[in-house]
Design a protein around this ligand. Structure first.
Ligand SMILES: [Fe+2]
Length: 196
């Protein structure tokens, strides 16, 4: 389940309804898909696309997307930091950034033109659609592990268009999901400044 933080307002939203309702005015669509029992352990990309084909087909029809693929990022892949550095600076895209998280975690920061920066932490089961033109940046969480279905109208449209604003350097890509950093996880209850 996604967590949404608004650092400037010291707010943390932690229910799917709160997250969905906060994002809607920004044109960001959020929903959850069932992941339990959908794929076997260590599925291939093809098996993932087959398992989620019904939901993906609905998205394609709704958003005009024509292709879907699966990205798989783990801490041990070569040039990981160089890959992450492409997306951890504020940028936009010429088309929507649509991601369904199959495994792992990630954090989107969104910089609206008429509101405070907010961070959306996503995990398995979360679908998010960041519309074309939205100022944002993306980081992995400390586990550096994510697998996601991506949908495209044209893959070229997903090239990052950098805004030149270095605002991202003022926001730590801290993820607070309680269950995936054994021994070091910051429990939400111990973060009163974030749970106001
Ligand atoms: Fe992006």
């Amino acid at each position: 389940m996604a967590l949404l933080r608004i650092p400037e307002e010291n707010r943390l939203l932690r229910t799917p309804e709160e997250v969905r309702d906060y994002l809607a005015p920004y044109g960001i669509h959020y929903e959850q898909w069932v992941v339990e029992g959908r794929v076997k352990a260590d599925p291939t990309a093809e098996e993932i696309l087959t398992a989620y084909a019904p939901e993906v087909e609905v998205l394609k029809q709704r958003g005009g997307y024509v292709t879907a693929d699966v990205i798989d990022v783990t801490a041990d892949i070569p040039n990981l930091q160089a890959m992450l550095d492409r997306f951890n600076k504020e940028h936009t895209h010429a088309e929507d950034e649509v991601r369904f998280i199959v495994r792992g975690h990630g954090i989107f920061h969104v910089h609206p033109k008429d509101g405070p920066v907010f961070a959306i932490e996503v995990e398995a089961g979360d679908l998010i659609n960041v519309p074309a033109g939205t100022q944002h940046w993306f980081d992995l969480c400390a586990d550096r592990n994510i697998r996601a279905i991506r949908l495209f109208r044209e893959k070229a449209g997903w090239t990052p268009l950098y805004t030149g604003n270095n605002i991202a350097t003022g926001f730590q890509p801290l993820c607070f999901g309680p269950n995936y950093l054994p021994g070091t996880a910051a429990k939400l209850e111990t973060l009163p400044a974030l749970s106001a």
